[in-house]
Write a protein that binds this ligand. Sequence first.
Ligand SMILES: Nc1nc2c(ncn2[C@@H]2O[C@H](COP(=O)(O)OP(=O)(O)OP(=O)(O)O)[C@@H](O)[C@H]2O)c(=O)[nH]1
Length: 295
Amino acid sequence: MSVHKAGFVNIIGNPNVGKSTLMNALIGEKLSIITSKAQTTRHRIFGIVSGDDFQVVFSDTPGIIKPAYRLQESMMDFVRSALDDADVLVYMVEIGEKQLKDEHFFNKLRHTDIPVLLLLNKIDTSAQDELETQVTYWKEQLPDAEIYPISALQNFNVREVFARILELLPESPAFYPKDMITDKPERFFVNEAVREKILLFYKKEIPYSVEVETEEFLEEDDIIRIRAVIMVERDSQKGIIIGHRGSALKRVGIAARKDLESFFGKQVHLELFVKVNKDWRSSERQLRRFGYDHK
Ligand SMILES: Nc1nc2c(ncn2[C@@H]2O[C@H](COP(=O)(O)OP(=O)(O)OP(=O)(O)O)[C@@H](O)[C@H]2O)c(=O)[nH]1
């Protein structure tokens, strides 16, 4: 009789190293938004992979940073909890990178009893000798970690990492229904799809001042009708988001709708509005409303 294994695997690392890309490669769905800007991931997102005799619950976490405002403090709370409650820790670095920005996290990682897989990502961008230097460096830094050079983007070595994770998981029944792929509701993915386009299409501080809230999500037989609000901190930002005669906002809407149609496998009607919500990033009450307070 085969045993059933299940457990929690938390993916941590500096911003922009490829954590979300890896999680999506492991899960095969575009759950976490991915852009080339740092701090894309703000929440902790579960991605669940199940088979007949296993269930792996991955957590993608925000990149580790020194918090500069309240939203970032809350983002780091997610990371802190991810260090404590894992069965396996996946610590991701990218080629050429030196150690976590936060010494405290790195020390915790060095002394943890939880098995650590150190993934050296983006090896598609490096030469063989550089890779060897990096492997030597990380072996000294984290002697107990198992090192895997990977390319999350090109799916290189990802399957091997997954196989190793399965070996390391404890015997346990499943934690969630086998057909569940994430703990987040549909509205969350709408918010994230819109936010991804804003990260891609706007410059400077605009993306960091934006939060998206889905006010209506109505699923009918052949179409999903969605109304979402893009929240900005100041009036000037509202104008920028909307653009000349609404052209910029329209571009966001079209691109997000396409993604949502492929994500939900259904036609989507997406209506977007822009509202000013002064200084939401510094307000406890507003952050709670957007789901950043997880205590
Ligand atoms: N060349 C290359 N690029 C990669 C690889 N993996 C990820 N990237 C790119 O790196 C950028 C950041 O990827 P993400 O997956 O968003 O990184 P993250 O660590 O989740 O970022 P945060 O959410 O900001 O913490 C994107 O432009 C990815 O396409 C890889 O294996 N090779």
